[in-house]
Design a protein around this ligand. Structure first.
Ligand SMILES: [Zn+2]
Length: 150
């Protein structure tokens, strides 16, 4: 009886001949390539660990950032340029005369143009909460307070 099994000598899955059975399972097999006899293994010894490792890396997304910093740096640099382009392009389409001076007590809406005394012109890109919004400045997106009453 021929069977595909992992050859411990050839280190790959090869056709083997069953040399000994235990119940319905092959116990010992003979490799048709090297003619060595060994205990039957259905798959490579590493394949199980590999599958587990893959599963682990999949499930541990919190671990991923540990690996990314170097990668992230170049990505972020490119991202910053892209963000700047986006910021510029968005402002180009806006009427800067409508820019509101930033005041944390004022209320703003998405797409409002804000003139911040430190960060310059910014676009309200997101309303995070009733008192927090994301504003896209040339320097990047910042979380700003608005609707703030003391
Ligand atoms: Zn072999």
């Amino acid at each position: 009886m021929e069977i595909d099994a992992y050859c411990t000598k050839c280190k790959i899955i090869l056709t083997h001949v069953v040399a000994a059975m235990v119940g319905k399972r092959p116990k010992k097999v003979e490799c048709l390539t090297c003619h060595g006899q060994h205990v039957y293994r259905a798959s490579e010894p590493g394949s199980r660990a590999k599958a587990k490792a893959e599963k682990d890396s999949d499930g541990s997304k919190e671990k991923a950032p540990k690996k990314t910093p170097a990668k992230k740096r170049t990505k972020t640099k490119r991202g910053v340029e892209k963000e700047k382009e986006l910021w510029r392009a968005t402002l180009d389409k806006k009427d800067l005369a409508s820019a509101k001076p930033y005041n944390m007590a004022d209320s703003y809406e998405v797409d409002d143009i804000i003139n911040h005394n430190k960060f310059g012109m910014g676009i309200v890109t997101k309303v995070i909460t009733a008192k927090k919004m994301e504003v896209h400045f040339e320097a990047g997106r910042k979380c700003m307070v608005y609707n703030f009453s003391q």
